[in-house]
Design a protein. Structure first.
Length: 385
């Protein structure tokens, strides 16, 4: 029943951040792409300029003495014959093509220029290369993205924290109200249970007393559900070895009085001495809600079959009724969902059951046919260590 404002704020701040980030990052991507294209155009221009500088240097050579090939810190240069033999090279890679134009291999961008044959030391191709990684642009994009995400998340987190405060306060008051109400209900409920038993022992049982007991047990089941829900996350339910066979039989005996009012026969097929490590509180919530619903939604003068049997790797509990059936088996575990509004209840019982099954990794199967009945099957498999 607790409202975790921190969890709520983080959950929706993350979603809000993702949506806004997509809206803002898309134009950023286009902007970075445009910067890369401009930067590559600058690289191409610088390569073309460098080619002209090398050509000028070679044109100025008068074939007298030794020609000192121009070297530059940011550029590598090479001369190749028409047979692709190296005349001169400072390249740190081998070109994969000798076609005229701009090419790139990895981080290397290079320009191939066709020379006049037998004019420049017998070379046919001039290659000028430079490294290009665009690190500054990529860092700019990364920094802008991180800044957008962090700023949006902090803003969204604060926004949803402020947004959730009124709900947290309302939930806190509601929680206190339910706790107080539960305390007030518990005392008279205990008095009813004790005095009905004392009355039955002294004056004998009758149909009116049976109805009082049945109503009291139904109210007790609802009370226990509410109590479990309030304590969830605050109280740790420790596991211990439970004799499932004995436990299931005791719960069936408990619900016989309620079933008798509708002349429903609770038939059991329980294999003896089946043990499993489980929380007794959790197991009671699973069994009580399943039996209570089976009786509540069964037609009068029918049968509810309760089976506990061994299966490979563990054992299974089945509860089969002859009732109205379930139309939406996927919805019945949602909190406050009730298919039949006339049967009472808050719609929290099966939601509690599903939470427990998920926590304890118990396999659930629900088979239902409208007008025929419903079967709930829980399989408890022994976990291998």
């Amino acid at each position: 029943m607790t409202f975790d404002s921190e969890k709520f704020a983080k959950k929706y701040a993350t979603k809000y951040t993702i949506v806004l980030a997509i809206i803002l990052i898309v134009p950023l991507v286009f902007y970075i792409t445009l910067l890369l294209q401009i930067d590559k155009a600058k690289v191409k221009l610088s390569l073309e300029t460098q080619v002209q500088r090398v050509l000028v240097a070679m044109d100025e050579y008068d074939n007298q003495g030794v020609f000192l090939f121009p070297r530059y810190k940011e550029f590598d240069t090479a001369l190749y014959t028409k047979r692709f033999e190296t005349v001169f090279s400072t390249l740190e890679f081998e070109p994969s093509t000798y076609a005229t134009g701009i090419h790139h291999e990895g981080s290397y961008y290079y320009l191939i220029y066709n020379l006049k044959e037998d004019h420049y030391f017998g070379a046919k191709y001039l290659i000028v290369s430079t490294t290009y990684r665009a690190n500054e642009i990529y860092m700019l994009g990364l920094f802008a993205t991180l800044l957008i995400l962090i700023t949006l998340f902090i803003f969204s987190l604060q926004l949803f924290k402020n947004f959730s405060k009124p709900f947290e306060e309302i939930n806190h008051r509601l929680d206190n109200f339910i706790k107080d109400s539960m305390h007030e209900i518990n005392t008279p409920l205990s008095i009813i249970n004790i005095n009905s038993e004392l009355f039955a022992n002294k004056y004998g049982d009758n149909k009116y007393l049976q109805r009082i007991k049945s109503a009291s047990k139904t109210l007790s089941t609802i009370y226990d559900d509410m109590d479990y829900l309030i304590k969830k996350g605050r109280v740790e339910h420790h596991k211990k070895e439970i004799n499932f066979s004995e436990f299931i039989q005791n719960r069936v005996d408990y619900f016989k009085g309620i079933a008798n009012l509708k002349q429903i026969h609770l038939k059991t097929q329980i294999e003896p001495e089946l043990y499993y490590d489980f929380s007794k509180t959790k197991l009671q919530r699973v069994v009580d809600n399943t039996l209570s619903n089976a009786i509540k939604y069964s037609h009068d003068e029918t049968e509810v079959l309760i089976r506990l049997y061994r299966e490979k790797g563990g054992f299974c509990l089945e509860v089969q009724d002859e009732g109205v059936g379930i139309e939406n088996t996927d919805e019945i575990f949602s909190r406050y969902y009730r298919e039949n509004q006339t049967k009472g209840g808050f719609g929290i019982g099966l939601n509690i059951v599903k939470d427990i099954l998920d926590e304890e990794e118990v396999t659930l199967t629900v088979d239902s046919e409208l007008g025929v009945g419903t079967m709930f099957k829980y399989c408890f498999y022994i976990k291998k260590v």
